[in-house]
Design a protein around this ligand. Structure first.
Ligand SMILES: Cc1ncc(C[n+]2csc(CCO)c2C)c(N)n1
Length: 250
């Protein structure tokens, strides 16, 4: 069996848990539809060998370092989605929330990212000099284009898989594979993405998506769903790119 077959088999065996619960806040209506539409893709992420090995602690350090570098260039563009969120929002509360997220991610989380990377032997210069891999570039440019051309709904539908899937990956890992917290270096990654703070951020974004979808015609809902499915597929490809350390051929 090839790695891809194994991943598909593991994905089929993986059973969704918390996020399927009807009482979860904001998981009603449109976001329930979104979640259903990416079930196979997200299950593929959970079951990807990158995450399996990260959870068991057997992921080679050089593979994680490659992921960290690509993630850093990803974040540089991703935070611009928060700027677009602030620009396209119509009420002060949402404008302020996106402005806070921009400030927090750009000035606090990215600094933490630099410090964490140093523990893997990646210097700040090396991080700054990282050239985006094809998948990183395609993902961020697709997302920024969808956000720039579209409404606040397009911004949120495009950036949501990043937050929601990471929150699900972090909390499911800690719940089902508590040994993921035993690793000296990878522990921090799981602590961050399984935190209550992170979950409330994802919940806020899910609720905002539901509010924005209310009353929209099916034609627009279908476009938002397509954004959400596409960036979810890019999330899967990002894991796969990092695992294979996939870069430009020439
Ligand atoms: C490829 C990729 N996808 C998602 C995340 C997770 N993430 C990045 S920024 C952010 C919101 C602010 O913390 C979240 C959840 C990541 N790091 N890398």
């Amino acid at each position: 069996m090839t790695k891809t077959d194994q991943t598909a088999q593991a994905a089929a065996a993986w059973t969704p848990a918390e996020h399927e619960q009807a009482e979860s806040p904001g998981r009603g209506r449109f976001t329930a539809r979104l979640h259903r539409s990416v079930q196979r893709v997200w299950a593929g992420c959970h079951a990807h060998p990158f995450l399996e090995e990260l959870r068991s602690g057997s992921l080679p350090l050089d593979v994680f370092a490659y992921y960290m570098k690509q993630d850093y260039v990803f974040l540089k563009d991703y935070v611009k989605m928060f700027a677009l969120g602030s620009l396209k929002a119509r009420d002060l509360e949402t404008m302020g929330k996106f402005a806070d997220l921009l400030q927090q991610t750009l000035n606090v989380e990215m600094e933490l990212h630099r410090q964490y990377a140093e523990r893997f032997g990646i210097t700040r210069d090396e991080l700054e000099a990282t050239e985006p891999a094809p998948v990183t570039l395609a993902y961020t440019k697709y997302m920024l284009d969808a956000g720039a051309q579209g409404t606040l709904g397009d911004v949120v539908a495009s950036l949501l898989p990043c937050m929601w899937s990471y929150s699900e990956i972090g909390s499911e890992a800690v719940r089902l594979h508590p040994e993921c917290l035993d690793h000296d270096l990878y522990r921090e990654w799981f602590v961050m993405y399984s935190s209550d703070e992170f979950r409330s951020l994802a919940d806020w974004c899910v609720q905002l998506m539901d509010q924005l979808a209310e009353g929209l015609p099916e034609r627009e809902l279908a476009r938002l769903e397509e954004r959400f499915v596409t960036t979810s597929r890019f999330e899967y490809m990002f894991w796969d790119m990092a695992y294979r350390k996939a870069a430009w051929d020439l």
